[in-house]
Design a protein around this ligand. Structure first.
Ligand code: TA6
Length: 303
């Protein structure tokens, strides 16, 4: 259970009356947002958005019923930050999948209520000496989260070192859907994708994507917008990106869910990952003293 003094200090310095407060959930500290537009929950660990519910809508972000909230353990669902590599490390199979920051400690460095009533929270990765084993570079990582009628995330990598760095990254968003059998992903047609379920073969998407089995595709050179049509909940989730050229579509279906062990009973029927990033051919190099900002904005439309 997080120390009450830490919670008090956070609320004194960064809390916003009637909008933002910090609470303990399990062994973690959560930022709880309630404003005129939406509610949201963000774990300080990993700067991981765990929920976003625009007023009048069903939850947009999915969280497993079996998710646990313990220091150092990744949380199944929400929007994990995959950095400074996506998926398995290219050379070291003993390194954690999706990088080392999603279960690491982050700090809050800024909070504000914006003019239109949104809540903005800025998180920065706390530099830990053990990180150097995975990433021997001087790099600053910041996540800006703006909660309103839209949800906006900006992941900023600043190269503070003496040499250029190359990263792959993703905002690994788990979307909540009414029924996976009644969804479609549009906007990825004609894009090349890497099929993680077929020996990493490269293929081309020809149609809007529907889901009736495990799917794990890394789309390359994608356009800055795609959408998730959720017929069951009569809504469309518009996904607009900046400085992202890759989109991942993933659902573990039955067997992989069983192997993962924390997807919850039938969880795969109620979620779909559509992840925004820079992966494989779309990795980004950042020169000395430069920064890169990966951005995404989610907007829900009732249809
Ligand atoms: O984004 C798709 C993916 O890379 C899948 O291959 C699957 O491994 C998923 O991420 C979940 O990864 P995790 O490490 O969170 O269990």
């Amino acid at each position: 259970m997080p120390d009450q003094q830490i919670l008090d200090a956070l609320n004194n310095q960064f809390g916003i009356d009637g909008q933002l407060q910090f609470k303990a959930v399990g062994g973690l500290i959560m930022a709880e947002v309630t404003n005129e537009h939406a509610q949201a929950t963000i774990a300080l660990q990993g700067a991981q958005v765990l929920s976003w519910i625009p007023n009048g809508q069903q939850p947009v972000i999915w969280l497993s019923d079996d998710a646990t909230f313990m220091p150092g353990k990744s949380i199944r669902g929400g929007i994990p930050v995959c950095w400074p590599w996506f998926g398995a490390h290219l050379e070291r199979d003993d390194y954690p999948a999706h990088g080392f920051v999603r279960a690491a400690d982050w700090e809050v460095i800024e909070t504000s209520m914006l003019d239109a009533g949104q809540t903005k929270i800025v998180f920065r990765l706390l530099q830990q000496k053990e990180h150097a084993a995975f990433w021997p570079h001087s790099t600053e990582l910041e996540l800006q989260v703006t909660v309103g009628a839209t949800l906006e995330l900006n992941l900023i990598t600043r190269n503070k070192g003496a040499e250029a760095i190359t990263i792959s990254q993703a905002l690994h968003s788990y979307f909540a859907v009414d029924d996976i059998g009644q969804v479609a992903v549009k906007g990825l047609e004609d894009c090349q994708f890497i099929d993680a379920l077929d020996d990493w073969q490269r293929k081309v998407e020809t149609n809007p994507i529907s889901i009736d089995a495990e799917i794990d595709r890394i789309y390359q050179s994608t356009q800055p917008a795609c959408l998730l049509e959720d017929t069951g909940w009569q809504r469309r989730i518009n996904i607009e990106t900046t400085s992202s050229r890759s989109t991942v579509v993933w659902n573990p279906w039955v067997d992989k869910s069983a192997r993962l062990g924390d997807m919850g009973e039938g969880g795969y029927l109620k979620m779909l990952c559509i992840e925004t990033g820079n992966i494989a051919d779309d990795r980004v190099s950042i020169a000395v003293g430069e920064e890169h900002c990966l951005g995404v904005c989610y907007r829900v439309e009732s249809v």
